[in-house]
Ligand binder design. Sequence first.
Ligand SMILES: NC(=O)c1ccc[n+]([C@@H]2O[C@H](COP(=O)([O-])OP(=O)(O)OC[C@H]3O[C@@H](n4cnc5c(N)ncnc54)[C@H](OP(=O)(O)O)[C@@H]3O)[C@@H](O)[C@H]2O)c1
Length: 273
Amino acid sequence: MHAIPDFLYGTAWKEDRTAALAELAIRSGFRAIDTANQRRHYFEAGVGKGLTAAYTAGLVTRADLFLQTKFTYQAGQDHRLPYDPAASLSTQVAQSMASSLEHLGTDHVDSFVLHGPASPSHWTTDDFETWQAMIKERDAGRTRLLGVSNISLGQLQQMSRAHAEPPAFVQNRCYAARGWDRDVRAFCRERNIIYQGFSLLTANVEVLRHPLVAGVAARLNASPAQIIFAFARQVDILPLTGTTNPEHMKQDLESRSLELPPDAVNAIETIAG
Ligand SMILES: NC(=O)c1ccc[n+]([C@@H]2O[C@H](COP(=O)([O-])OP(=O)(O)OC[C@H]3O[C@@H](n4cnc5c(N)ncnc54)[C@H](OP(=O)(O)O)[C@@H]3O)[C@@H](O)[C@H]2O)c1
């Protein structure tokens, strides 16, 4: 798929159900899949099995899909590493990518994301080396685009001073209490970086129950979850959902046709911070 998707199906925490749920997501209409070569939270080979099942069933071809995976530092992994931890970071990036391509049964992904900077506070020399290695993967055609996740505004600013090449994507957890990551979103908007938001529902349980959201939901004959996804899209957040429920898969995708009035968008954007 060469366009940027409008919804990402997330495959974290699905273990033995990963293949079946990835196939079901595609069957339900998702065309973009988010995973990571981090066995601790994701079963990437299971995603690949789900893709094979979807291809075999004639639901889609590889060209119809947007596949996104991640490189995760050893500190974020358990003992099931997709690279030699004694190798340089550049080699680890190349090994992780080779393993992802094998898991996913493809010769390229659409997006390759640094799962998180090495330090919570700044952009380190390790991040510098890793990002350069990721650019090499992109230049070799093994990914179309690059991204970075779990990153603060300060780190993004340091990154942009250190590298000529900005990310195409930022993927962050989105708390309503922080204006839905307002500062990072503003940085992204100025630079045409696409902001992907995860935990839109799970990090904002109070917002889902808020009378304002319930009111908008009632007026539009939608569920509060659908309102949050529709809101996200209207403030340029590309949403992720990892729902395991076929009915929710449908509802989440159907939220794409909802249009919230501007006053509702503004009210939700400032609902908690
Ligand atoms: N970069 C990172 O570090 C990072 C971290 C976390 C997640 N992610 C990515 O983001 C993806 C999504 O994760 P997430 O944290 O957003 O949460 P999630 O694991 O997708 O959880 C979503 C929750 O919302 C519920 N839900 C979904 N649609 C609903 C609907 N229409 N109505 C009611 N409930 C609904 C789901 O329940 P049901 O299953 O019952 O529908 C589930 O409990 C992950 O799979 C992963 O790919 C990335």
